[in-house]
Design a binder for this molecule. Structure first.
Ligand code: NAD
Ligand code: LMR
Ligand code: MN
Length: 541
């Protein structure tokens, strides 16, 4: 590759940082202004431009352009402003760019666009998008359930690109080894089907055998092209995601972020909260509000933690309740999903079973100490709900997982106010600290799977693990322990995003060690820490 081709290749381009010798060697003589910049000078200049952008969408577009032009500089800059940039390149701003993807489109960003109508093109598509790169990590989405904002068809590709940005920024996954994948199976969003700018397939979602056969062909083709791949599924729908995960998880390293990643981070948040309050997990009563992919995925992981801490499955299940649209879930309900069924209770347990159709009645009756919102129903954790929780515990743990911000079940300042500073709060996206009337400033932990999925992927890739095992997932959930400062009044239940690299490293090491302990590693590792470090890419020329 020479000249213009290099300047147009974001994996190779250094822009004005090409030295004189490089300019000569690569046929770039005279193609750049004379002064050779350092990467720090480029980063300072880019950051100054970034600051002139008037809103977060403009900021994200600016950073995306940098990403499209020069990936090394992009990650160098992100590294210097990680906590500031995450809400811009990732959640919540990404929700806005997904909703406007077709209108804003300028660059396919090296994604593979798989078209359900052309299964015969899967191999060519993956090869073209990989362009000879050695792919180790794929993030695939069919965008049926983007965050909490629903079905966005091909526009959801941004979430695959964004999650991969986080993988590199957090865990140092080599950006040349990753591939974002859009599975365009159509969309059921009428506005998109009617939008002349819409860039995806303009038909309703393909379902059933044709859909699953397409996914199967994609997974198998990707596996044969990229035998070392770690396959991350993101934002698939409630009716397909578990089935897809279960089909492949015992064959190859396969991960569903919404089910497993979220399960890990909320388990970490529960453990962080217990470290602060000094309570035993076995004294906790856990209520899920919104029993979808994330809600059931989290409940299963926290349940596994109860069992790891000594309870039988039967005993542990007694601590769990689940509410969905219909109210508390009961086992005589024929509309339950397969994932909800194990969490459904028997009506005979309650004298007032027929009244348990709303969150407040359920909270008053089952007396939860942990309340986790994955409902996409904003404002549902009302003052009455919080007061009912406080009536039964001095340490109400209330986690607002529904993203983006506008979908949070409550706002943290209200939770702190309504609970007189008792609530231990976490949110899916970053929020400002809250100073309560007692003068304590509460830092709000960010219960977003971004705290764990980058390290989980890195650890699995470093170990070349055959599969991603339950033990590896559990190890990840424990890896953040010790990073919460339990002695500090108002301490967050999870470590701050400013420590994202450290968290990712810890998770990667714990996961790779567990893979080795289970004999799942397909490569010899003597020193796991050293192996993880050696595998990390750093943004430098
Ligand atoms: N913070 C994180 O890391 C993280 C991770 C995954 C998902 N999430 C968020 O969790 C939310 C749910 O995601 P998902 O993938 O589980 O979606 P999903 O569609 O699978 O689940 C949502 C569930 O909420 C239920 N629900 C809807 N309205 C309700 C209401 N009024 N009362 C009770 N239940 C109601 C639905 O019936 C469904 O079962 C989204 O907002 C998503 O952004 C956050
Ligand atoms: O993407 C996120 O911010 C977290 C999560 O995977 C979600 O779907 O909300
Ligand atoms: Mn998601």
């Amino acid at each position: 590759m020479r000249g213009q081709e290099i300047l147009n290749n974001p994996f190779l381009n250094k822009g004005t940082a090409f030295t004189e010798a490089e300019r000569e060697e690569f046929g770039l003589t005279g193609m750049l202004p004379a002064h050779v910049q350092t990467i720090q000078e480029q980063a300072d200049q880019a950051y100054a431009q970034y600051l002139t952008k008037v809103n977060d969408v403009e900021k994200r577009i600016f950073l995306s352009t940098l990403f499209d032009t020069n990936r090394t500089l992009f990650y160098y800059l992100v590294d210097q402003h990680v906590a500031e940039f995450m809400p811009v390149v990732y959640d919540p701003t990404i929700a806005d760019t997904i909703e406007n993807y077709s209108a804003l489109f300028v660059n396919p960003q090296n994604a593979a666009f798989l078209d359900i109508n052309h299964p015969e093109n899967i191999e060519a598509t993956l090869k073209n998008a990989a362009d000879g790169r050695d792919i180790k990590l794929l993030v695939a989405t069919d965008a049926e359930g983007i965050l909490g904002i629903g079905d966005w068809g091909v526009q959801g590709v941004d979430i695959a690109v964004g999650k991969l940005m986080v993988y590199t920024a957090a865990a140092g996954i080599d950006p040349a080894s990753v591939l974002p994948v859009s599975v365009d199976a159509g969309t059921n969003r009428k506005e998109l089907l009617a939008d002349p700018l819409y860039l995806g397939n303009r038909h309703e979602r393909v379902r059933g055998d044709q859909y699953f056969e397409f996914i199967d062909k994609f997974v198998k083709t990707a596996q044969s092209l990229f035998p070392e791949m770690y396959l991350h599924f993101e934002d698939f729908g409630r009716s397909t995601a578990t089935k897809i995960l279960n089909t492949y998880k015992n064959e190859w390293p396969t991960f569903n972020d919404d089910i497993q990643g979220t399960g890990i981070v909320v388990t970490s948040a529960v453990l962080g909260a217990l470290a602060i309050t000094g309570e035993d997990i076995k004294t906790q009563t856990y209520l899920t509000y919104g029993g979808g992919l994330a809600g059931t995925g989290i409940a299963n992981r926290v349940l596994a933690e109860f069992m790891q801490q000594g309870l039988s499955e039967e005993e542990a299940r007694k601590h769990f309740y689940m509410v969905d649209r219909q109210g508390l879930l009961f086992d005589d309900d024929e509309t339950l999903t397969p994932e909800q069924k194990p969490f459904a209770r028997s009506r005979s347990e309650f004298e007032n079973a027929d009244e348990l159709t709303d969150l407040l009645s359920v909270v008053k009756t089952v007396k939860p100490t942990v309340l986790v919102g994955t409902s996409t129903n904003p404002g549902s954790f009302t003052k009455e709900v919080v007061e009912a929780m406080v009536a039964n515990t001095d340490y109400p743990k209330i986690f607002l997982l529904s993203n983006p911000t506008k979908l949070h079940e409550a706002m943290p300042d209200d939770l702190i106010k309504w609970s007189d500073g008792k609530a231990l709060v976490a949110t899916g996206v970053p929020v400002d600290p809250v100073t309560a009337s007692n003068g304590v400033t509460y830092e709000i932990g960010q219960a977003n799977n971004m705290l764990v999925y980058p390290g989980l992927g890195l650890g699995t890739i470093v170990a070349k693990a055959k599969v991603l095992s339950d033990g590896m997932i559990s190890a990840a959930a424990h890896a953040l322990g010790g990073m919460v400062d339990a002695s500090q009044p108002g301490a967050p239940v999870l470590p701050p995003v400013s420590r994202l690299s450290e968290m990712s490293f810890r998770v990667a090491v714990a996961v790779a060690k567990q893979a080795v302990a289970e004999g799942l590693n397909q490569v010899e590792i003597d020193d796991v820490e050293a192996a993880v470090k050696a595998a990390q890419w750093t943004p430098e020329y």
